[in-house]
Design a protein around this ligand. Structure first.
Ligand code: UTP
Length: 460
């Protein structure tokens, strides 16, 4: 984009305040501003602004919604057989080196208020391992178990990219081969004031924000990583968020159900705790599977009960998915297919007289689960919340480090008890992913290992 093009486009979008600002800069500042703005998709943000200004923003109308088909937690012998079949199919994918792992870590983590990327938060109960270490050690354990290279992809954003990479380098990639760990940054879009004006972050930058976790599926393609994985023979991408320490990375049963169903986009769900729980809901809309954010679903569906008085739309999103790589390619083949959502936020930015001020902003984001209704086939699998879902969102209270730490401890205590180990009631417990990835593996290894009862039981 030349300077002329840049100025013309600002003019055509009615951004006179930016033009005035630009003219007040020195020629050196102008060239920096131009460089910083070159890759920003102004056409898209103004199109989105028009779209959301004229849209009816009321909650989604109750059109053709029904409960989805879900592979439930096995209870009958037949369901247990299905799970075993899925397990061996998933293991075969892993052994044939068909699976890569993506952790999205580009969010701003504003609710947690931690000084640093969320993945560097020290979470585990005894060793205070960070979220990144817990995931990296799982990938290491899996790679060793199947004798393959499982690429670990980490999506960052401009704000935390360098710090995240430095953190891995400093920690020697937690024992993973550095060449198997990939960092890529997600895209950003300029935010706008509600009346459609671009905002300045400082004299030479627009105020921008990451384009949502859905941006991972775009950035994978834009960065060339998708093509690279495909060329190397990988077929499936296990996707999870950096904030859930209970994720079972590349769970073979999940991979297997995904594969046996011929699914392009699969999701793990848990039973919603209550009709008020702030979790996305997995549904069937007009015959297509989909997830709707709790804030977008109308109250009748949010609160609907079945004839036994149980929550009718019970499947809550855990943000654990498997996407097939060719499907991610399709989503990028003709522009990027995921729709944008409007987030109304407030932001602390410089005002016109260069004093910091809090203002209302419109940010535009894509949600990764919007890929599901675009899939020819999707698969949904139920898992137990206490085994797989304890997100770290808030500084304290529900979904905080305390609740996630407790959940991890309770889970590992249950593994030990299942293996016949006696655990004092007040003892803290932590099992390293390098020791065992599943309760079955822990039980097997504990047959030949004596665990000494103590206030802190760490097993590695
Ligand atoms: P959340 O929506 O919970 O946001 O992201 P957050 O940034 O972690 O926290 P708040 O809302 O600012 O308090 C869920 C997951 O999606 C990732 C986050 O890093 C987290 O793993 N994410 C979110 C991205 O990677 N990019 C985004 O643009 C948004």
């Amino acid at each position: 984009m030349t300077e002329q093009d840049f100025l013309k486009s600002l003019e055509s979008y009615g951004q006179r305040h930016i033009l005035d600002h630009y003219r007040s800069l020195t020629s050196h500042q102008r060239s920096i501003f131009l460089d910083n703005s070159r890759d920003l998709d102004l056409r898209l943000v103004f199109k989105l602004h028009r779209q959301f200004t004229s849209a009816d923003n009321s909650r989604r109308a109750a059109a053709d919604i029904s409960p989805p088909a879900v592979v439930c937690i096995p209870r009958t012998p037949g369901e247990h057989d299905d799970a075993l079949r899925a397990h061996s199919t998933g293991e075969s994918l892993l052994k044939r080196q068909k699976v890569a792992v993506l952790i999205v870590a580009g969010g701003q983590g504003s609710r947690l208020g931690f000084d640093g990327p969320k993945g560097t938060f020290p979470l585990s109960p005894i060793r205070r391992k960070t979220l990144f270490q817990l995931f990296a050690e799982q990938v290491r354990g899996l790679s060793a178990r199947y004798g393959v290279t499982i690429p670990l992809l980490i999506m960052t954003s401009g704000d935390n990219h360098e710090e995240t990479m430095r953190f891995f380098q400093k920690n020697r990639h937690f024992g993973l081969a550095p060449a198997s760990v990939y960092f890529f940054s997600q895209g950003v879009l300029p935010a706008l004031s509600p009346d459609g004006r671009l905002i300045l972050e400082d004299k030479v930058h627009f105020y921008t924000s990451p384009n949502g976790h859905g941006g991972s599926l775009k950035a994978l393609s834009d960065s060339g990583l998708l093509a690279r994985l495909t060329r190397a023979g990988y077929e499936e991408l296990f996707y999870c968020q950096v904030d859930n320490p209970l994720v079972r990375i590349a769970d073979p049963v999940f991979l297997g159900h995904h594969s046996l169903a011929g699914s392009q986009a699969s999701t793990k769900v848990v039973r919603r705790r209550s009709v008020e729980e702030k979790v996305g809901v997995y549904l069937n809309i007009k015959g297509r599977q989909a997830i709707i954010e709790y804030s977008d679903l109308d109250e009748d569906h949010m609160k609907a009960l079945d004839d036994k008085g149980e929550i009718l739309y019970w499947a809550g999103n855990t943000a654990i998915h498997v996407f097939s790589l060719p499907f991610i390619g399709d989503l990028n083949s003709d522009g990027f297919a995921l729709p944008y959502h409007l987030a109304r936020k407030s932001a602390y930015v410089v005002s016109s007289d260069w004093e910091p001020a809090s203002i209302d902003v419109w940010k535009f984001e894509t949600f990764v689960f919007d890929a599901i209704p675009l899939a020819e086939r999707a698969c949904c699998m139920e898992v137990a919340r206490e085994e797989e879902f304890a997100p770290v969102k808030n500084k304290e209270g529900p979904d905080s480090p305390d609740t996630a730490r407790q959940a991890l401890m309770d889970l590992h205590r249950a593994w030990l008890q299942k293996a016949g180990v006696e655990v004092p009631p007040d003892a803290k417990v932590e099992i390293s992913p390098l020791f065992a990835l599943t309760p079955e593996e822990a039980a097997e290894k504990l047959k030949t290992r004596k665990v000494v009862a103590s206030p802190e039981i760490y097993i590695e």
